[in-house]
Design a protein around this ligand. Structure first.
Ligand SMILES: [Zn+2]
Length: 464
């Protein structure tokens, strides 16, 4: 049988190895990694001089997210259009209940939107409040392919879960093959810091860093880790912003706790000097950007293997939404747009500038996020049997990041003006060319919700 597509002449990069191979695709699936020049297909894509990477998996992506008075500005179509331009071919979104809503209804409604995407997606559920119906909702959702559940230890009165809810959800999910993914910032410590800031008349966007101290993160991480260890539950910490928080998780993992650290691109590249700049509101996110020395220390853990995954924490607000409440960070929409810039910015800043091995880049941006979300080996690899989602990556292309040149549903990027080396050139989703030479070649939405497999009762990610 003649194959449909062959990606010829490139250097394939997997999480564990890299080498010359032609990628053979039939029926939307990788069917072989062939010795260069030995296989043929109806369509040939020339990848000479290029890297061939598994499509990125963004484990942390908010699509059209409502929090407080604000809703982020994209939908599945806009978010995934930006994602594929940036080399990401699977996003993991969140279904976060508003007051009065239950986790299952919100997850099923959000999952139905997957078909509007240009690429596939998966979903984190979310538990805010425990009641007697939660166990059966969790069981039904895990059986239906939603195995990871977001929880928050901050945003009191909105999405924060109390200690009972965290304990019960973690225990229930451990028995079901699910996992809590948690935003850890101890709300009482943040409340205290914000009260002090407000009393001093310093609670605007410029004061963002002081309003959410690093102590809030380490204190909350330590508590949640202790619970996870006691009940033998896996736990994934989202957007860890300090080396101290990552080191707490790494130490627990060395004791055998199934605990994982996610860092997000903006905490690895930007620092709190942005709050002293012209548009501090554009950089308001939780946890906030940290001092440059802390960013450096966090970035070192990409090399040690102590950070498991890199996400974007994409949240597409525009300058108008951000400016409307910039006098008081407590009322501001939190979050930065980033699904499109995650891979190019990390490749440039860490692989090109600091020598992070490109195999580790693939591990952090594709393979490990796929594993942590029950999507591997369908996603996050180019081994035969995987979905044919791949990126032909030009490692030498130099370009300038500008909001006008990106595709996210907002008017700014936190990386405006940055010169970046490395760019996704051609992107395939399910064996179809969706991006060709950096431009959208196929705008047809064919996204699917990818059900996550339950977790085995062993480590998801091994660290050398
Ligand atoms: Zn988030």
């Amino acid at each position: 049988m003649t194959a449909d597509v062959i990606v010829r002449g490139g250097t394939v990069v997997e999480a564990g190895w890299t080498g010359r191979a032609d990628v053979v695709i039939t029926g939307g699936t990788v069917t072989a990694l062939a010795e260069p020049g030995t296989a043929g297909a109806r369509t040939e894509i020339d990848a000479s001089g290029r890297l061939v990477l598994p499509g990125g998996v963004d484990p942390h992506c908010h699509v059209g997210f409502t929090s407080g008075a604000f809703t982020s500005l994209d939908d599945y179509r806009r978010c995934t259009t930006a994602a594929v331009h940036g080399g990401t071919t699977t996003i993991v979104d969140f279904a976060i209940p508003r007051p009065g809503e239950n986790p299952a209804d919100v997850a099923y409604a959000q999952r139905a939107k997957a078909t509007e995407g240009l690429c596939d997606s998966a979903l984190h559920g979310c538990v805010v409040r425990w009641d007697d119906t939660v166990p059966e909702q969790l069981a039904a959702l895990v059986a239906d392919g939603v195995t990871t559940f977001k929880m928050f230890t901050t945003y009191r009165g909105e999405s924060m879960a109390d200690e009972d809810t965290v304990l019960r959800t973690m225990t229930s999910l451990a028995g079901l093959g699910g996992m809590v993914v948690i935003h850890c910032e101890a709300d009482h410590i943040i409340g205290d810091a914000q009260d002090r800031c407000a009393a001093a008349g310093r609670i605007g966007a410029r004061d963002m860093a002081a309003s959410r101290p690093a102590l809030a993160e380490t204190a909350s991480v330590a508590e949640v880790l202790a619970i996870a260890e006691a009940v033998d539950a896996p736990v994934y910490f989202v957007h860890q912003s300090t080396a101290a928080a990552v080191e707490l998780v790494a130490a627990a993992r060395r004791r055998g706790v199934r605990a994982y650290s996610e860092a997000v691109a903006h905490h690895l590249v930007l620092d709190d000097s942005a709050y002293a700049g012209e548009h501090p509101e554009r950089f308001v996110c939780c946890p906030p950007l940290r001092p440059a020395a802390d960013v450096e220390a966090l970035g070192r853990h990409l090399f040690t293997g102590e950070i498991t995954t890199i996400g974007s924490d994409h949240c597409c607000y525009d300058t108008g939404q951000k400016e409307s409440r910039q006098a008081d960070v407590r009322a501001m929409p939190n979050g930065l747009p980033g699904v499109e810039t995650r891979m190019p910015v990390i490749f440039s800043e860490y692989v090109v500038r600091r020598g992070l091995p490109v195999t580790r880049f693939v591990e952090l941006t594709a393979a490990a996020p796929a594993r942590a979300n029950g999507l591997y080996p369908r996603k996050g690899t180019l081994l035969p049997g995987a979905d044919a989602d791949l990126v032909v990556w030009d490692p030498a292309a130099r370009w300038r990041v500008t909001a006008a040149g990106l595709h996210m549903a907002t008017d700014y990027t936190p990386y405006e003006g940055m010169t970046v080396t490395g760019r996704p050139e051609t992107v395939l989703v399910g064996g179809r060319v969706v991006i060709e030479n950096g431009d959208l070649a196929d705008p047809a939405p064919r996204g699917r919700h990818i059900p996550a497999a339950p977790f085995p009762s062993r480590a998801l990610v091994s660290h050398a």
